[in-house]
Each structure stands twice: as structure tokens, then as C-alpha cells.
Design a protein around this ligand. Structure first.
Ligand SMILES: NC(=O)C1=CN([C@@H]2O[C@H](COP(=O)(O)OP(=O)(O)OC[C@H]3O[C@@H](n4cnc5c(N)ncnc54)[C@H](OP(=O)(O)O)[C@@H]3O)[C@@H](O)[C@H]2O)C=CC1
Ligand SMILES: O=C(O)[C@@H]1CCC=N1
Length: 267
């Protein structure tokens, strides 16, 4: 299978790196293109067999599966330069562009796969929404390569915002909260930032491993750590008193932005 990647920023480069280094895809089968050519050439320095194309059109001509890895407002620019045919599969990786809308303006097969930065370590989830025209052949192929780097999960259009918030925005949200925890450990506990960061990172790795091994669920973890009359209970109490609508407001904000993007994105 020949793969094309248009846009080699954070996500495009992450996918190229993860697919090739995990053995899911052979670098000889990959053609890439980026507006700023240097970025694509930098990736080619790591994977010599990759082809750097001169245009969007060239990537599409060379590929059976074409990933669009640009920001949603740049889709129009890309789609105006290429028209993949009915035997090709277009893969969009952004949530505000609906699969149906892409199907309406193209004749190719369409899939949306929202990845996550966690896929770089061959972990976490990739969210799949299939268009009506996509063949079992492409479904199987995409499921297979994404299984090397993630747990593919099918998600219906109505749930895409909340699902992306958890799977793809989640690493940024949780990192933000942990950075706050580190600052507070410095301020209240007098700990150095370096030490608090080291402890936090190791705690997160341990927590992830407990979950990965299915040793405890999240509610079980809370129960096991919260010793009756102990300090965790005091800490949880303080969190309950102050958390307020924190996560409700976060989801409301992302849903607002999603709606606004959908209203203003032109294809
Ligand atoms: N970041 C994340 O964790 C996730 C992102 N996504 C989705 O991935 C997409 C890309 O995000 P991200 O990688 O973070 O963004 P980046 O800004 O890092 O990358 C976008 C890339 O697209 C290139 N580009 C823009 N316009 C064109 C064009 N006309 N032709 C060729 N290349 C072009 C840019 O080139 P140039 O170098 O010239 O600027 C840039 O390298 C978004 O749609 C986002 O929603 C999905 C899941 C997670
Ligand atoms: O389209 C999305 O939902 C993803 C999440 C992070 C950036 N873009």
C-alpha cells in the first residue's frame, strides 16, 4: 500500500515516525509534502527512503491512501489542489471536518481518524469514523496500521468532540493540571521544581502501568489510596471543595470552539 501525508507538522510527523518505526509501514511506500519544504526534508533525513513530493497533486498521484494533516482552515487550500479518485482513500485527522462533508465534495473513499500524541509511544487511542463509500479493504488496512501504534476505536459523529477532548486534547489538559500540582508542591511544600517534576512524571508512569495492566480501575485507585482518617481524604476533600465546574467549563469551551470551527471552515 502506498501512503501519502500532506502536512508534516506535529501530527503528520508523529504519524510518519510512529508508522515507520513500529514497522506498520515501509518508508519506501511513503510520499510526503509540506508547505515549508524544510520540515519534510528533515523527516526524510531520519527515514531516507521516504519521497518528498513537490506538490499536493504529486502526493495524491503517488498514493492510494492520502492523509490530510493540516489545520481545518487549511483544508480548502489542499482540496482545491487535488481530487483523489474513487479507488483512493482520503484520511482526515481533524474532528471539526465531518466525514459526510468530505464525501459530498470528493468522489474518493473517506475516513476520519483522530490520532493522539500518545500514539508516538504506540499507546492510547485513535478514533475512527468511516464514510459510507469506504471499502472493507481500506477499513482493514487502516485498522491494521493503526493497531501497531494505538487502540483504534470507532466513534459516531455526534460524540467526536468529547471523544477527541479525552483522547487527543487529554494529554495537554492533564499535563496542565500536573504542572499546577508541581507549582503548588513548590509553593506549599518548598520542594524544588526539578524534584517535584521527577516525582510527578514517575507517579504518572506508575499510574499508567497500573491501568495498563488492569490491576485497578480509577474508582478502585481512589478507594485503595484513601486511607480512612488519612491525608488523602483531606486532600480529596479540598479538591471537592474547589473543583467547581472545572471540567464542565472545559468541555463547554471545546464544544463552543468546535461549533464555531464547523461554522467557519470552508471546504
Ligand atoms: N496536535 C495534536 O495533538 C492533534 C492534532 N490533530 C489535527 O491534526 C491537524 C494538524 O495539527 P498539528 O500537526 O498539530 O498542526 P501543525 O501546525 O503542527 O502542522 C500543520 C502542518 O500543515 C502544513 N500545511 C499547512 N497548509 C499547508 C498546505 N497548503 N500544503 C502543505 N502543507 C500545509 C504546515 O506547514 P508549514 O510548515 O508551512 O506551517 C504544518 O507543517 C489539525 O487538523 C489538528 O486538528 C488531531 C489530533 C491530535
Ligand atoms: O481535531 C481535534 O479534535 C484534535 C485534538 C487536538 C487537536 N486537534
Amino acid at each position: 500500500m502506498r501512503y501519502g501525508i500532506i502536512g508534516t507538522g506535529n501530527m503528520g510527523s508523529m504519524l510518519i515516525n510512529a508508522f515507520i518505526s513500529s514497522g506498520a509501514v515501509d518508508a519506501n511506500d511513503v510520499t510526503i509534502y509540506n508547505r515549508t519544504r524544510k520540515k519534510a526534508e528533515w523527516i526524510q533525513n531520519q527515514f531516507k527512503e521516504i519521497t518528498v513530493a513537490n506538490s499536493v497533486k504529486d502526493v495524491v498521484r503517488e498514493s492510494e491512501v492520502v492523509f490530510i494533516c493540516v489545520k481545518p482552515h487549511d483544508y480548502k487550500d489542499i482540496l482545491s489542489q487535488c481530487s483523489p479518485n474513487a479507488s483512493q482513500c482520503l484520511v482526515s485527522i481533524t474532528s471539526p471536518v465531518a466525514v459526510k462533508d468530505l464525501e459530498n465534495i470528493t468522489s474518493c473513499q473517506v475516513v476520519r481518524t483522530v490520532p493522539s500524541i500518545t500514539n508516538r509511544s504506540y499507546s492510547g487511542v485513535s478514533l475512527f469514523t468511516y464514510g459510507d463509500r469506504v471499502s472493507d479493504f481500506y477499513k482493514d488496512e487502516l485498522h491494521s496500521i493503526f493497531s501497531h501504534i494505538s487502540k483504534p476505536v470507532v466513534i459516531e459523529e455526534e460524540s467526536i468532540r468529547s471523544a477527541s477532548d479525552i483522547v487527543s486534547c487529554g494529554p495537554a489538559f492533564i499535563s496542565f493540571l500536573l504542572e499546577n500540582m508541581i507549582s503548588a508542591a513548590q509553593e506549599v511544600g518548598g520542594m524544588s521544581k526539578e524534584k517535584a517534576t521527577q516525582l510527578t512524571e514517575e507517579m504518572m508512569i506508575g499510574l499508567g502501568t497500573l491501568l495498563e495492566k488492569r490491576i485497578y480501575t480509577l474508582p478502585e485507585l481512589m478507594e485503595k489510596v484513601t486511607v480512612k482518617g488519612g491525608v488523602t481524604g483531606e486532600g480529596i476533600g479540598a479538591l471537592e471543595d474547589h473543583i467547581g465546574d472545572l471540567f464542565l467549563e472545559m468541555f463547554k469551551a471545546t464544544h463552543r470552539k468546535h461549533k464555531e470551527d464547523k461554522r467557519t471552515i470552508q471546504l
